[in-house]
Design a protein around this ligand. Sequence first.
Ligand SMILES: Cc1cc2nc3c(=O)[nH]c(=O)nc-3n(C[C@H](O)[C@H](O)[C@H](O)COP(=O)(O)OP(=O)(O)OC[C@H]3O[C@@H](n4cnc5c(N)ncnc54)[C@H](O)[C@@H]3O)c2cc1C
Ligand SMILES: NC(=O)c1ccc[n+]([C@@H]2O[C@H](COP(=O)([O-])OP(=O)(O)OC[C@H]3O[C@@H](n4cnc5c(N)ncnc54)[C@H](OP(=O)(O)O)[C@@H]3O)[C@@H](O)[C@H]2O)c1
Length: 546
Amino acid sequence: MHEPRASRATLELVPRRVDPSKPVADRCRREVGLEVVERQTDDPQWLRLGFLRACAAGESGDETHGQHAAHALIVPDAAGQNPGATTIRAMRVAIIGSGPAGFYAAGALLDADVPIEVDMIERLPTPWGLVRLGVAPDHPKLKTVSRAYERIAEKPAFRFLGNVEVGRDLTHSDLVRLYDAVVYAVGAQTDRRLGIPGEDLPGSWSATEFVAWYNGHPDFQEISFDLDVDRAVVIGNGNVALDVARMLALTPEELAPTDTTDPAIEAIGASRVREIVVVGRRGPAQASWTTQELKEMGELAGADVAVDPADLELDPASEAALEHDTNARRNMDVLREFANRESTGNPLTVRFLFFHSPVAVRGDEKVEAIELVRTRLEEQNRRLVAVPTDERETIECGLVFRSVGYHGVPLPELPFDERRGTIRNEGGRVIADDDGPVPGVYCAGWIKRGPTGIIGTNKKDATETVTHLLEDVREGRLEHKAGATAEAVDALLAERGVRVVLYPGWTGIDELERVAGEKLGRPRVKLRTWDELLDAAGQVAETTTR
Ligand SMILES: Cc1cc2nc3c(=O)[nH]c(=O)nc-3n(C[C@H](O)[C@H](O)[C@H](O)COP(=O)(O)OP(=O)(O)OC[C@H]3O[C@@H](n4cnc5c(N)ncnc54)[C@H](O)[C@@H]3O)c2cc1C
Ligand SMILES: NC(=O)c1ccc[n+]([C@@H]2O[C@H](COP(=O)([O-])OP(=O)(O)OC[C@H]3O[C@@H](n4cnc5c(N)ncnc54)[C@H](OP(=O)(O)O)[C@@H]3O)[C@@H](O)[C@H]2O)c1
């Protein structure tokens, strides 16, 4: 699975620290060829992280190279026989999760002035996280961000280890033993709960489930959504709620050129839903959707939009808040335009209902109605929050989609903040329960900051984490592990019988899906089940059945 690199470097060990702020000159790096994995030793003298004076006497004879501080993991050339001639080992980093945060972290690490190898470990056989399995299929342009991830994956020091789940196939303890540093970028894998009676009745779904189903997530393909109902209620005023409402409202013609899965196209195409009510617990000025996404709701081929003009008359605090919030101001303009529209006789209406919060989902065997309480806004801790009034309303419906946010899932052995649903961290450095940083363990993306922010937000976020990781390298806070080799990882996975899907395995899936899509004028036809995906991956590691 792993091909050791061949080049060698002769370096002089500098026993004292040199100025870490000085960058390694490109020329120096080229000549030294910081890409060697040859021998290892258990001698701690050589296994510590250290600063090297790159390319000293004998190799290039160029004294100026000695000015540049290269920082690397060092192993002696011949089991410590000749400490003057050392080889450099790249630092090995595991990134857990292949969504935007994982890829941006990989990109930043592989661009660093330190020789680094990245193993990206992903539980699915496919990369890209929510870019493949969350972003709505009728937004194909947004998915093209994956091209940037493909370029990162092409770098020689990058490996994709798909179908490997941390917590099942590898433990955190395995990872800290097998890598010099670990970056968790596992996203937020579940939904926030409403905590109301009837939430789990058949017909009450989380947005997480619906989104994963129509996007082809292999864990969610057994679900059967009964869309043979008159009315669906979507709880929440975020962009995901708009995705859910819009996907439900798309016509077969609008769905046809997308990579929505075939069963979802069929089910949505045959849907009998005539009204979709999007419910916000606060007012229109507090909705968190972005204006472009809101505007799109008014451009659907088969649906009208309806807004009660009375809801758009703002209280003074909301009015004042608009002054500093361009997005909310633009949303108000769009909603006012929606409120002025007459029905065009479309078979379906998307209705926006504000100032209502769910109290209970009602029904005997399945969802029959949702009970809401009217709310009013009250300022608490400088924030306008929804507080319930005495007024209640029941809306008959056969489907409820709860879209009130995602939530991170704790990983064994890692400190976790239950309320926020994040790994405990400071700027991406994982913080232990006794408040100190856990050496060599980091996080990025939604599992670091919570489930908010668009794809691009994760670039800044992951860059911050990597900056801190590199700072720890420079300051000598990371210890090189004797067992941190690609061979050791491969051997352990093989021993545990894990069917690893390497990057070529993924490109096999990608190619099959794209070719199938091309014939139909679609970006791809997604493979949906574990068996289909693993079969298509073809190229897998030495495997045994699980
Ligand atoms: C429904 C939806 C639609 C969205 N649409 C847009 C949009 O149109 N535009 C936009 O800019 N942003 C959009 N976003 C936001 C964007 O998707 C997120 O900001 C981004 O995906 C978060 O990146 P991440 O890497 O932290 O998490 P994720 O993208 O969730 O990636 C996490 C990865 O970790 C893997 N993983 C989890 N646990 C393990 C484990 N134990 N072992 C190994 N691997 C594991 C997962 O399988 C996944 O691949 C959307 C979000 C959602 C939920
Ligand atoms: N096209 C895109 O760019 C796109 C598409 C999808 C997602 N995303 C991004 O992905 C992130 C996640 O989106 P999201 O929609 O899941 O989250 P979100 O933007 O945080 O929205 C969550 C919504 O749920 C409401 N809510 C929370 N708890 C509730 C409760 N108990 N009862 C009723 N309502 C409740 C919130 O209301 P309050 O405000 O009152 O708390 C809010 O309206 C966002 O940053 C989003 O922008 C982007």
